[in-house]
Design a protein around this ligand. Structure first.
Ligand code: GCV
Length: 607
C-alpha cells in the first residue's frame, strides 16, 4: 500500500495553508461530519478537538495545530480507534525531524527504497504531486522538519547557491501548507569553495561568509528551519583542523542564522575512524562523551546537539548514549534511524517501535527538545521499499509527538489504516510486526556485541569483518572469551553514566542478558542467569531466530495483502529466510570453531 493515507483523494494544488488542507482532508475523510476549525495563534502546534452534543466537532488550534487536530481526528476515526469527546494534544518535542541522506546525483546513502525523492543528475528534481503527498504523510503524524540532503555533503552544497535556491524555495512552498519546514545539510568547509582560504570558525572572513550566505538563503526561504552539520566526523571537515572545539564551530554558524530564527543542528557522531586495532586504550563508544560533555552549557541557545541514540552507530541493540543523559545545560536531539542500515535493508522485517520504547523509557524528561530520524523514504512507489517498513515512519512520528505512545496501539492503528484486515488478521499482523525486532536480533550478532555484519554494505554476516579494521568496532573473540570490559576495571565507558545505571550493568551476574556482551568480556563457559552457558545461549538464540523467521514467513503468507504489496512482501520474506539461515549457521560455526563447545541439544552446527 502506498501509505496510510491512501484512502484519501488527491489534494488540489490550490490549498496553501494548513487550515485549508485540514478542511479539505476532513471533508474527504469524514464526509457528513460537520467540523469547525478555529485558529488560535497562541496555540501554535497544539490543538483541542471537541465533539458537541449534535455530533459536530470544533477544532481549535494554532496555525498548524488545527492541521494536527484534523489529522488526529481523521486517523483515529479511520483506524477504528475509540474517539473520545475531547482530544487535547501538544507535541512533546519542538523539532520532529526527518534527515534524508540524499545526494545531488539522485543516489541515497543507506537508502533502500529507490532513488532520491528530491534530487537527480546533480539538481533538484521532484514531482510536486508526490511532494504534497509526502507532506500530508509527514504532517499526519506530526513531523515538522525535513532535511533534504545528505549530512555527508559530497557535492558542493549547491542548495546554498542562487540558482538552486529558487527551486528549493518552490519545494519549501509545497511543504509549507503541511507545517513542514525544510532544513539543509551544510559542509563546514563550504567557505573554502568560494575563495575564502580557511574555514576557521573564529576567522572574520569565514564568519562574514556564513552571515551573507544565511541572509541569502533565508531571503529565499524565510521559514527554513536551519542547517544540519556533520563536522570532524568520518572524514568531514570541522573545527578541529583549526584547533577549535565544537562549541566554537556551532556557535559561529548559530550567530549567522540567529537573525532569521534558524537553528544549527550539530551532530555528535565524532570518533576516531582511523583507529589501529592494536590500540587497546581507545574505546569508540566513549568518544561522543569525551568530545562534548565538557562543553555542556557552552553552546548558543539556537544550537541543538543531535546525538545518535546509542554510543556506536544504530546497532540492533545498544545502550542509550550517556550524552543524552548527561548534558543538562544543552539543547539535545536524539537521533534514530528509520533506514534499515544494520537492521535488514528493508528486506528483513524490523519494526522499530519496541526498540524505541526502551530508549524513550530512559530518556530524561526535560533537556531533550527534539527528535530526528534518518529517513527510510525513496522514489519507490510505496516510499519505503518494503511496504511493512512504513510502520516505522508512522510510529516514529507518533512517538516524536507523544513519547508515551504505546507500541501495540500505534502498530495496530497503522495496520488498520493501511490494510483494513479483519480483526483476527490485524492481530496476526501486529503480533508479527511487534516480534520482528527481537527475531532479527536473535539471528544476528549476540547479546549486544554488534558489528558482526558484512563491512561497508551492512547486510548479512561476517563475524570478523570489522575485527582488524580501523573503525573501532571490535569483539576480540578468542578461544576462551569474547567482548570488551567497559566497566571501571576495563575501558571505563560505564563511568560516563549516572550511578544507578552503572550499578545496573557493572556486574555480569546481574547485567541484563541482552547487553551482557556490550559491557563485559566473558568466557564462553560463563553461566547466564538461567543456568545456560554463554555459548549455549548464543546457539539457542540463533536456532530460535531462524525458526521464528520461518513461522513469521508462514504467517505472512496467510495474510490477504493486496497486490503489489503481496508480491513484494513474499519475495522479501524469502530473502530474509536466506539471510537468517546464513546468520544462524555462520555465527554458530564461528563460536563453535573458537570454543569447541558442542550444542547441548545436538542440532547441526557446520564445522
Ligand atoms: C551518512 C554510518 C553510516 C554512514 C553515515 C554515518 C552517519 O557510519 O554507515 O553511511 O553517513 O553513519 O551517521 O553520518
Amino acid at each position: 500500500m502506498k501509505a496510510w493515507l491512501h484512502a484519501l483523494p488527491d489534494l488540489p494544488d490550490s490549498l496553501s495553508t494548513p487550515s485549508a488542507v485540514a478542511a479539505w482532508e476532513l471533508s474527504c475523510a469524514l464526509p457528513g461530519t460537520v467540523v469547525t476549525l478555529n485558529t488560535v495563534p497562541d496555540m501554535a502546534e497544539s490543538y483541542r478537538a471537541e465533539r458537541s452534543a449534535d455530533g459536530s466537532w470544533n477544532i481549535s488550534g494554532g496555525k498548524t495545530g488545527v492541521l494536527y487536530g484534523a489529522y488526529a481526528l481523521i486517523l483515529k476515526s479511520l483506524s477504528g480507534e475509540s474517539v473520545p469527546d475531547v482530544i487535547e494534544s501538544a507535541p512533546k518535542y519542538r523539532l520532529r525531524m526527518i534527515n534524508c541522506w540524499d545526494n545531488a546525483d539522485g543516489s541515497v546513502e543507506r537508502g533502500y527504497s529507490g532513488r532520491s525523492l528530491f534530487f537527480e543528475g546533480g539538481r533538484l528534481d521532484y514531482d510536486p504531486a508526490r511532494m504534497r503527498e509526502l507532506g500530508r504523510l509527514l504532517a499526519s503524524v506530526g513531523l515538522n522538519v525535513l532535511c533534504i540532503n545528505n549530512v555527508n555533503v559530497h557535492f558542493p552544497c549547491q542548495l546554498l547557491l542562487e540558482d538552486y535556491l529558487e527551486q528549493a524555495a518552490q519545494l519549501a512552498d509545497l511543504f509549507r501548507p503541511f507545517g513542514i519546514r525544510l532544513m539543509f545539510s551544510v559542509d563546514f568547509s563550504q567557505p573554502m569553495r568560494h575563495g575564502i582560504p580557511t574555514a576557521d570558525p573564529l576567522d572574520e572572513s569565514v564568519r562574514a561568509w556564513w552571515k551573507e550566505t544565511a541572509d541569502r538563503v533565508w531571503q529565499a526561504i524565510p521559514d527554513l528551519a536551519g542547517f544540519l552539520v556533520k563536522a570532524d566526523s568520518e572524514g568531514r571537515p570541522g573545527p578541529f583542523t583549526y584547533g577549535r572545539n565544537h562549541a566554537d564551530g556551532a556557535n559561529m554558524l548559530a550567530e549567522a542564522v540567529r537573525p532569521h530564527g534558524g537553528v544549527i543542528v550539530w551532530r555528535c557522531f565524532v570518533y576516531n575512524c582511523r583507529q589501529d586495532w592494536r590500540d587497546l586504550k581507545t574505546d569508540r563508544p566513549k568518544a561522543a562523551w569525551e568530545h562534548y560533555a565538557f562543553l555542556d552549557g557552552a553552546f548558543a541557545e539556537n544550537v541543538i546537539l543531535q546525538v545518535k541514540h546509542g554510543p556506536f552507530d544504530f546497532q540492533v541493540r545498544e545502550p542509550l548514549s550517556p550524552l543524552l543523559l548527561g548534558m543538562k545545560h544543552t539543547n539535545l536531539a536524539m537521533e534514530l534511524q528509520l533506514a534499515q542500515e544494520y537492521t535488514g535493508h528493508q528486506i528483513d522485517l524490523y519494526t522499530m517501535i519496541p526498540m524505541w520504547r526502551e530508549l524513550y523509557e530512559e530518556l530524561p524528561a526535560d533537556n531533550i527538545m527534539s527528535i530526528a530520524a534518518v529517513s527510510n523514504l525513496g522514489r519507490d512507489e510505496n516510499y519505503t521499499g518494503h511496504p511493512l517498513a512504513a510502520v516505522n515512519l508512522y510510529t516514529y512520528g507518533r512517538l516524536a509527538w507523544d513519547p508515551d505512545t504505546k507500541a501495540e496501539g500505534a502498530v495496530t492503528a497503522w495496520a488498520r489504516l493501511t490494510y483494513g484486515f479483519t480483526p483476527e488478521d490485524t492481530e496476526k499482523l501486529v503480533t508479527l510486526l511487534l516480534s520482528s525486532r527481537r527475531i532479527y536480533e536473535k539471528y544476528t550478532a549476540p547479546l549486544g556485541i554488534g558489528w558482526m555484519i558484512t563491512p561497508h554494505d551492512h547486510y548479512g554476516p561476517n563475524p570478523s569483518g570489522y575485527e582488524y579494521d580501523l573503525w573501532g568496532t571490535y569483539h576480540k573473540a578468542d578461544r576462551n572469551a569474547i567482548g570488551i570490559d567497559r566497566t571501571a576495571g576495563g575501558t571505563g565507558y560505564l563511568d560516563q553514566y549516572p550511578p544507578e545505571i552503572r550499578r545496573k550493568y557493572e556486574n555480569p551476574a546481574t547485567c541484563p542478558d541482552l547487553l551482557l556482551l556490550f559491557y563485559h568480556r566473558l568466557p564462553y563457559s560463563f553461566r547466564m542467569k538461567d543456568g545456560r552457558t554463554l555459548v549455549q545461549r548464543i546457539y539457542d538464540d540463533h536456532f530460535e531466530g531462524y525458526e521464528e523467521t520461518e513461522r513469521m514467513a508462514e504467517m505472512l503468507k496467510s495474510l490477504p495483502f493486496p497486490s503489489p504489496d503481496r508480491e513484494i512482501i513474499l519475495q522479501r520474506i524469502d530473502m530474509q529466510l536466506h539471510n537468517a539461515r546464513e546468520w544462524r549457521d555462520i555465527i554458530n560455526t564461528f563460536f563453535h570453531r573458537l570454543s569447541g563447545a558442542e550444542d547441548e541439544k545436538g542440532r547441526t552446527i557446520y564445522l
